[in-house]
Design a binder for this molecule. Structure first.
Ligand SMILES: Nc1ncnc2c1ncn2[C@@H]1O[C@H](COP(=O)(O)OP(=O)(O)OP(=O)(O)O)[C@@H](O)[C@H]1O
Length: 264
């Protein structure tokens, strides 16, 4: 099958996150309607769709980031490895260490480069001593392709880096808690083409370790970085499939209209 040929880099068909009849409301506004989807492990999944269709809202459901919005209500089930993440026993802070997030605008803490990355391992007690923490910081900065540029100024403020470097620092910070899933909400929208290419390359490397979900407005980016694509429209998940199939042979006329530029 064509899917399998073009998708030969997908390493697994194991489901990492399952949404079952997921609904999200902001007060009366029904923003996500009946979404069923399986997000695969060690795969990059792109969420695409016109502005306001609910991509970010659905992304934020996956690590309970919507909990911070008072008017927001989530119904249905979101399971991480089969466990309901909305169960009362789940601690959202622990959940967000497992399901990390990188935002549209780089948002380093007003701390040193070192402390930005060390923060998560410290608060979650993931290292036993300074040497271990140093090793985690170095390894995450290396994975984020930033080590070479910052190794001589680890004590300088993270906010003093360029936009692209700040975003890679935020990625290093997000991976420092050894997440199983990384959620990225338009991570390149504030970056220039060179920084975008670096982050895209990084995304491709990260998926050998965990599942990555990326919201993007750029169909070119979705095609470059993802193996699976979900197309949202007016709060509905209209179509989900291999990125190749979605872009070359969409089944739903709404997907076709969007990818050919007729809606959005
Ligand atoms: N914090 C919020 N409070 C109230 N309504 C919200 C909030 N965030 C999003 N919404 C509403 O939910 C719907 C989906 O918005 P969302 O931001 O998830 O869409 P999106 O597809 O990510 O859009 P964009 O591509 O423009 O970022 C919209 O009707 C929006 O107005």
């Amino acid at each position: 099958m064509k899917d399998q040929v073009t998708e030969n880099r997908v390493q697994t068909d194991t489901s990492k996150i399952s949404a079952k009849k997921a609904q999200v409301y902001y007060g009366e506004n029904h923003a996500i309607k009946d979404v069923d989807v399986e997000i695969l492990d060690k795969t990059v999944t792109a969420f695409i769709g016109p502005s306001g269709c609910g991509k970010s809202t659905f992304l934020r459901c996956l690590n309970r980031m919507n909990d911070t919005i008072p008017s927001c209500r989530v119904e249905g089930k979101i399971l991480l490895d089969g466990e309901d993440i909305y169960d009362a026993r789940v601690d959202p802070v622990q959940l967000r260490a497992k399901v990390g997030m990188v935002f549209q605008k780089p948002n380093p803490f007003p701390k040193s480069i070192y402390d930005n990355v060390a923060y998560g391992p410290k608060i979650h007690g993931l290292t036993r001593n300074k040497a271990e923490l140093d090793a985690v910081v170095e390894s995450c900065l290396r994975k984020a392709a930033l080590w070479g540029e910052v190794k001589d100024r680890l004590t300088s403020p993270g906010t003093g880096l360029s936009g692209g470097q700040q975003q890679r620092l935020c990625i290093a910070r997000a991976i420092a808690t050894s997440p199983e899933v990384l959620l990225m909400d338009e991570p390149c929208s504030a970056l220039d083409p060179i920084a975008t290419a670096q982050v895209e390359e990084l995304i491709d490397e990260l998926r050998s370790q965990f599942s990555v979900v990326i919201v993007t407005h750029s169909m070119q980016q979705a095609a470059r970085v993802s193996q699976k694509t979900a197309f949202f429209h007016l709060g509905n998940l209209v179509e989900y499939g291999s990125t190749d199939q979605i872009f070359t042979n969409p089944k739903d006329p709404r997907t076709e209209s969007y990818i050919s530029g007729r809606i959005g």
